[in-house]
Design a protein around this ligand. Structure first.
Ligand code: LMR
Length: 409
């Protein structure tokens, strides 16, 4: 065999959530159900292009002043300033004192990676140790390791027995973390558990982060999906700011605008000193330039048009209420059906949890049987996207869950 430069390239396992989606799409079974990838589905189980997005997109197409010239390296300013305001609140002291700003990124993932690159290569005061919750969105670990962090450690988050937040052990772990470590936290709608700290619990978390001199990286991928209210869902992030902490927050607009493939995100930086802002921006500029040069325009234009117009914002907020309301209803529906079937165990956690994901507590073997026998696709951790449920398939899903719970360990 002739030599190839690539002979020694090993192969890596596929990414579970995307592999699952591929298998679902290939599955020919007419009863198949997709409870996997975190994307909203309408009651007809179809992706939903938000009417406000369609409307703005049409006006962009017709707008003769819009062209395809490059955006600045840090993106569309009208987008990132509106996005930052949406996160921190219009009356944010950090914004009013010019201590906070945002830069456009390739969705929330791109914001996290830019944050991790920045911390690893430009901020000598942080250690290259990052803490993630157990469990978390699986990409957090990869992003921080690829950015050059030496170690990703875990902090307790989920109490499997109580199906609730394990606050005590979480606080202990944060307390034991070496000073100046980075800690990644979900701003709301924790992925995968659907369990967020209460406001009082957040206050305790923030106190420890402050006392232990940990650097917070917040991940806000679901603003609006936890409660249906953008401000309520930003409470934790705003609390960090109000307590005088410096932090970064990765914002994704994939979910709340339903524009997954447009890759619209914003990295918000909150500092204690306005004079550091130009320096930070200059570093982010180099990092972006050395990576993808500048971000795509179209999705950011859409979000910017909505957030900078009161009427369009109101329309969008209605869409958010529609989406979060449907998630709530489907939780209720599934819980009711399982309870009616007398499925062993308790199912109140389905409605206690919030947002897009329910952490069912099903074992890996039970999940595998749901996939193999019932064509119901879910992550092996037992996470389900409740948007994959609708009145039309809820009976089927509940009966299948009942079957695996009663027959598989
Ligand atoms: C998910 O958690 O399913 C989504 O955020 C998709 C992804 O990129 O993992």
């Amino acid at each position: 065999m002739a030599f190839s430069w690539f002979d020694e390239v090993g192969s890596m396992p596929p990414i579970e959530v995307f592999e699952l989606n591929r298998k679902f799409l290939e599955d020919k079974d007419t009863n198949k159900v997709n409870l996997g990838i975190g994307a909203y589905r309408s009651e007809e189980l179809k992706p939903w292009v938000l009417p406000v997005v369609k409307q703005v997109e049409r006006s962009i197409v017709e707008d003769a002043s819009i062209n395809f010239e490059y955006l600045p390296i840090l993106g569309l300013e009208s987008f990132s300033s509106a996005a930052t305001r949406m996160l921190l609140g219009a009356d944010s002291a950090a914004l009013n004192e010019n201590r906070a700003f945002g830069v456009q990124t390739l969705s929330g993932t791109g914001a996290l990676r830019l944050a991790a690159d920045f911390l690893a290569s430009c901020v000598p005061s942080v250690t290259k140790i990052a803490y993630i919750s157990t469990p978390t969105w699986e990409n957090h670990r990869l992003l921080f390791l690829k950015a050059g962090f030496n170690e990703v450690r875990e902090y307790h988050y989920w109490d499997a027995e109580k199906r609730a937040l394990d606050l005590k052990n979480m606080l202990n772990d944060l307390n034991d973390a070496p000073e100046r470590s980075v800690v990644i936290l979900h701003a709301c709608s924790h992925n995968p558990t659907g369990v967020d700290p209460t406001r009082d619990e957040w206050k305790e978390i923030v106190k420890i982060i402050k006392a232990r001199k940990l650097f917070p990286v917040l991940d806000s991928a679901y603003q609006g999906f936890a409660s249906g209210d953008l401000d309520a869902d930003a409470w934790a992030v705003r609390h960090f700011a109000e307590q005088g902490l410096e932090f970064v927050c990765a914002q994704s607009f994939a979910k709340n605008f339903g524009i997954y493939s447009s890759r619209v995100g914003n990295l918000v930086v909150v500092t204690s000193k306005a004079e550091t802002v130009p320096k930070i921006k200059s570093q982010l500029t180099i990092l972006v330039r050395g990576n993808y040069s500048n971000p795509p325009a179209q999705g950011a234009r859409i979000v910017s048009a909505v957030l900078n117009d009161e009427k369009l914002t109101q329309l969008w907020k209605e869409h958010i209420r529609t989406m979060s309301g449907r998630m709530k209803n489907m939780r209720q529906l599934l819980r009711g059906k399982l309870e009616a079937l007398g499925t062993p165990g308790t199912w109140n956690h389905l409605t206690d949890q919030i947002g897009m994901f329910a952490y069912t507590g099903l074992t890996e073997a039970q999940c595998q049987q749901l996939i193999d026998k019932h064509h119901i696709y879910l992550l092996k951790s037992g996470r389900i996207n409740v948007c994959g449920i609708a009145p039309g398939n809820a009976d089927y899903v509940a009966k299948a869950i009942h079957e695996v719970v009663t027959t598989v360990k």
